[in-house]
Write a protein that binds this ligand. Structure first.
Ligand code: HEC
Length: 99
């Protein structure tokens, strides 16, 4: 499992997760207002084998998923949130602190 941060800053990632409003749909440890139940809780996401049940949980795939979920799985309920590659790298680094 390549679920270790190779690039990206988890502190910036956490701030981005808050500003993008990911918590409207996800419970996210360490972010008190993140209590949404539309999507799965993101606790221990670093330890999971698959992302959304379709992609192996690697750093590269996480960035791909975050930038455009419907491109990965057209049936997914997670919308595309416009973000740069760098922003996705920061968010991935933050998510991989959740073990
Ligand atoms: C409108 C609701 C919604 C928003 C906003 C949203 N997500 Fe999701 N997310 C989902 C749903 C629904 C799934 C489950 C997708 C699936 O299995 O097809 C999901 C899945 C995921 C997964 C994979 C989880 C797993 O258990 O495999 C990650 C990681 C994730 N979201 C992160 C984020 C991040 C980071 C943001 C903010 C940039 C975000 N999501 C914004 C609804 C949302």
């Amino acid at each position: 499992m390549n679920a270790s941060p190779s690039a990206g800053d988890p502190v910036q990632g956490r701030a981005l997760v808050r500003s993008f409003g990911c918590g409207a749909c996800h419970v996210i440890p360490g972010i008190s207002e993140a209590d949404g139940i539309v999507g799965p809780p993101l606790d221990r996401i670093a330890e999971r084998a698959y992302l959304a049940g379709v992609l192996a949980n690697t750093h590269e795939n996480m960035v791909r998923w975050l930038r455009d979920p419907p491109a990965v799985d057209p049936a997914t309920a997670m919308p595309k949130v416009e973000m740069s590659e760098n922003q996705a790298l920061h968010i991935a680094a933050f998510l991989y602190t959740l073990r």
